[in-house]
Design a protein around this ligand. Structure first.
Ligand SMILES: [Zn+2]
Length: 372
């Protein structure tokens, strides 16, 4: 890496002015955009605005997937996908006193919610709310020892009754965690929804990187929808694109925080490079090509073991049509599915470089059958 490159702190401090901070601005705009599964429009707009400058064509389909295409000289099509949706909540019921009761969109852990300031999205407006729980002093001792359930919690929007609440919010409104990208230490970034704006960022950043370069494969950079509720957007977009090979890009849990057992989780840490997943849903030729690309670039890569399903877009893409060879690049992530996920910016940049190298090495002779 060039030592004259600005540090993450310099990029962060010059986010709105430095030309070199354009990619960080793109990442910030992605993580700040509210986008629970099924309601990704704001995030998709950020992706589409960014890639329009670098793609030959951009389509948006009926599921809200945004597909940016860079045409290659050959016949091979490679799909790179990150999912635009994030976990969140939905207003399910408003009680007589004006408190909102909510349902989870995706895998929400209620433990992280009490006291959280949230944004309720109502007809284009944002309404502030706070997630309430009985204070510790009035919890029964049996309740104190237990994690709260979602139905033990409510959202308080500062009104006296249902009628007042109904002027500000409706049943069916979606709720997101507080926005705000922060620098944590010198190398890490903290925000909601790095799962999986990291993947969307990568899909956009790789088109920027490849802009003006002639390559053999056509690149389909996809910002997919509804991953957190069953990888739905990736499934339909893969069917439509019919790629010869695909890479899903998502975040992966690390085992570098207190209480983790490497015997159970394996050894993945923040700051030690992106991970390449191995396992049943990963095509072995794709895995080998990713590892070769990393070795050539001298980028460190970690191994993510996914012996069964990976619970990412890769699982669905793999079984689309008559089967698509698929790989998974994971950006190591701490505190996944909380309002304060942590990633290492360098890991993400290395993942972009890895993907670019993988794509450049593709041509029409590539054969992904495990047994040629
Ligand atoms: Zn994800």
């Amino acid at each position: 890496m060039n030592t004259n490159e600005p540090t993450l702190r310099q990029l962060f401090q010059g986010m709105d002015t430095l030309p070199e901070a354009a990619n960080l601005r793109f990442f910030r705009d992605l993580v700040q955009a509210p986008g629970p599964s099924g309601f990704e429009v704001a995030a998709q707009r950020v992706f589409r605005d960014f890639v329009t400058r670098y793609a030959d064509e951009v389509h948006t389909d009926v599921h809200g997937n945004v597909i940016a295409v860079k045409r290659g000289a050959g016949r091979l099509k490679v799909m790179v996908v990150g999912h635009a949706d994030e976990i969140g909540l939905m207003v399910r019921h408003i009680d007589d006193d004006g408190f909102l009761f909510v349902a989870a969109i995706g895998g929400v852990d209620p433990v992280v919610l009490p006291g959280l300031r949230v944004e309720i999205h109502h007809e284009g407006d944002v309404v502030l709310g706070v997630i309430g729980r009985k204070a510790i002093h009035i919890l029964e001792s049996s309740e104190r020892d237990k994690a709260p359930k979602l139905t033990d919690l409510w959202v308080d929007i500062g009104v006296a009754n249902r009628e007042e609440a109904a002027k500000m919010v409706s049943v069916g409104d979606v709720i997101t965690f507080p926005r705000g990208l922060e620098l944590l230490g010198e190398e890490y970034l903290l925000s909601k929804a790095t799962d999986d704006k990291c993947g969307v960022y990568l899909a956009g950043a790789l088109l920027k990187e490849l802009h003006g370069q002639s390559i053999a494969a056509s690149v389909y950079a996809v910002s997919s929808t509804m991953e957190e509720v069953g990888q739905r957007g990736a499934r339909t977009s893969a069917y439509g694109i019919e790629p010869d090979v695909a890479l899903a890009v998502d975040v992966g849990n690390t085992s570098d925080v207190p209480g983790c057992d490497k015997k159970k989780q394996g050894d993945v840490a923040l700051g030690k490079g992106p991970s390449v997943a191995v396992g049943a849903t990963m095509n072995p030729v794709v895995v080998r090509r990713l590892q070769e690309a990393a070795a050539e670039l001298d980028i460190p890569v970690q191994i993510e073991t996914e012996p069964g399903l990976s619970r990412t877009d890769a699982d669905m893409i793999q079984i689309t049509r008559s089967g698509i060879p698929c790989g998974l690049i994971s950006i190591p992530n701490r505190y996944m599915h909380t309002p304060s996920e942590v990633i290492c910016w360098r890991d993400l940049q290395q993942a972009v470089q890895l993907t670019v190298a993988f794509i450049k090495a593709l041509d029409d002779t590539a054969d992904f059958r495990p047994l040629p």
